[in-house]
Design a protein around this ligand. Structure first.
Ligand SMILES: Nc1ncnc2c1ncn2[C@@H]1O[C@H](COP(=O)(O)OP(=O)(O)OP(=O)(O)O)[C@@H](O)[C@H]1O
Length: 468
């Protein structure tokens, strides 16, 4: 009976193991920790999305490359050389340290590679003696942003990182791929790169690859000769020729039809093209900045985006965070737009009351910065007084705020009992921890929002029996 049980357990374990092997990459993709798997020769076999976010790199672009040719850290190289378990701390930039745990992968006692897991650390957890710097060229405080980037609002860590990458790219001629949801500022960054670059005195030409019908896109980009097709009554100069010695901004590149992708690839490789209906080969010297809100990696798998073009475009990736990922920038963005709109309308800048700012910070902003800018403009135009109040905000924003924070009379943080009595400090603390965990779903995210370590959150959650 006992033996039968053990066999069952073993079988069960094997089933679980096999099932885990089948699904591990799917699970890694959703993990909060960065994961990187490298084979014994140093080739990167797998990198998940969280890794891409931590190190501000495109995870997909790293797969298949050698770690000796990527930005990777000393720890990985040591792990590969020593084939042992290792722990360490990597300094990504001045505001971010990442704890790394490296473990060798063995198959029948044969070393087949290493797997590394990374997690962002709180400042107080970092032991300086363990810190390894990424061998990137400069630490970020040394990077002074140029005027066009300084005009952008971006005090949050994620935005600073994106602007620093863009600033570095601006000083080169390399192709840049800007990623980010709609309204996150991709065009603004593309313009800032152009104005900072040594092409600033020449043209910046924008093409929205998603807005032009596919049968017209080729002539729009490369131009056409007279009589090339019905309606081509005279020669047309295309956008690439207009952008010669300047920059072309290919917005919504993920929407470019496949046949145009082939032609663009040729232009990037050969630096020449022909007009539609023409035989003359035209040379051009254009810097390409592409942008998309789409998941190009998924499009490659679906067969709607060429992998070779992806690698050609993704030389310097710039990842713009969604506004909900950098809510600390909202008050400054509000101020910026109030002044911008006041200048545009020749009127005095209004003030937004504090509770309205708090409500705006609570909202999730699916339309990102553009949605915020449009709302501020609407509020300024419609508001009667000099101060924009919370009651003037749309109900979808205030409802959420009111549901999250039960308004107290003085609009402060503390809710008093019916007779005005206070609860104990522990009771307040329990409420805060409970609320943060309900809202942010993980110790890490809750800790970040509360400005404490995830260990403290875990400790207090256990103390108040919020989790076991
Ligand atoms: N960091 C920022 N500081 C100030 N203004 C910003 C910032 N980011 C975006 N904006 C403003 O928000 C609006 C939308 O920005 P932009 O058009 O660059 O976004 P986008 O990502 O290119 O959008 P889409 O993908 O829809 O084309 C613009 O008016 C821009 O000036």
């Amino acid at each position: 009976m006992k033996i039968a049980n053990v066999t069952n357990i073993d079988k069960n374990r094997n089933n679980i193991k096999n099932s885990f092997i089948d699904h591990q990459f799917e699970i890694f993709q959703y993990a909060m920790d960065g994961i990187c798997i490298i084979n014994a020769t140093g080739k990167i076999e797998y990198v998940n999305e969280a890794y891409g976010r931590l190190f501000n790199v495109s995870n997909f672009a790293m797969i298949g490359k050698s770690i000796y040719h990527t930005h990777n850290d000393e720890l990985l190289l040591k792990g590969l050389k020593n084939k042992t378990r290792m722990r360490g701390v990597i300094k990504v930039d001045n505001s971010c340290c990442v704890g790394a745990y490296i473990t060798p992968l063995m198959d029948n006692n044969k070393f087949i590679g290493i797997m590394a897991a990374y997690r962002e650390m709180e400042k107080e957890e970092v032991d300086d003696r363990q810190v390894v710097h990424l061998p990137s060229s400069k630490t970020e405080t040394q990077i002074e942003l140029s005027a066009p980037f300084k005009k952008m609002i971006g005090g949050s860590r994620l935005m600073k990182r994106a602007l620093w990458s863009a600033e570095k790219a601006a000083k080169t001629n390399s192709t840049v791929l800007i990623r980010g949801e709609s309204g996150t500022g991709k065009e603004l960054v593309a313009k800032a790169i152009h104005h900072t670059s040594n092409r600033a005195d020449n043209g910046f030409i924008r093409v929205n690859c998603g807005a032009i019908p596919s049968n017209l896109l080729e002539s729009e980009l490369f131009g056409h000769e007279q009589g090339a097709f019905t309606g081509a009554i005279k020669r047309k100069i295309g956008k690439f020729q207009q952008a010669d010695e300047g920059t072309i901004f290919l917005d919504e590149i993920g929407d470019m039809p496949l046949e145009m992708q082939v032609k663009l690839l040729r232009l990037i490789q050969e630096k020449e093209f022909e007009r539609v209906g023409g035989n003359e080969t035209i040379k051009c010297d254009v810097r390409i900045i592409a942008a998309t809100h789409r998941n190009l990696e998924e499009q490659i798998l679906e067969g709607t985006f060429r992998e070779d073009l992806y690698y050609r475009l993704n030389i310097v990736p710039v990842l713009l965070p969604a506004l909900r990922e950098r809510k600390e920038d909202i008050p400054q963005l509000c101020e910026h737009f109030i002044e911008k709109i006041a200048r545009k309308n020749y009127c005095n800048a209004k003030i937004i009351e504090d509770s309205a700012i708090k409500a705006l910070t609570q909202y999730n902003w699916p339309g990102n910065v553009r949605e915020l800018e449009n709302l501020i403009e609407r509020l300024i135009v419609l508001s009667e007084g000099e101060t924009i109040t919370i009651d003037e905000l749309p109900s979808n924003i205030t409802n959420l705020y009111r549901a999250n924070y039960h308004e107290s009379n003085d609009d402060g943080l503390i809710n008093l009992g019916k007779n005005g009595q206070m609860a104990t400090l522990d009771q307040y603390e329990m409420e805060i921890i409970k609320y943060a965990l309900q809202r942010f779903k993980s110790f890490n995210a809750a800790a970040k929002a509360l400005g404490i370590t995830h260990k403290t959150v875990a400790f207090k959650a256990r103390k108040y029996n919020i989790v076991d």
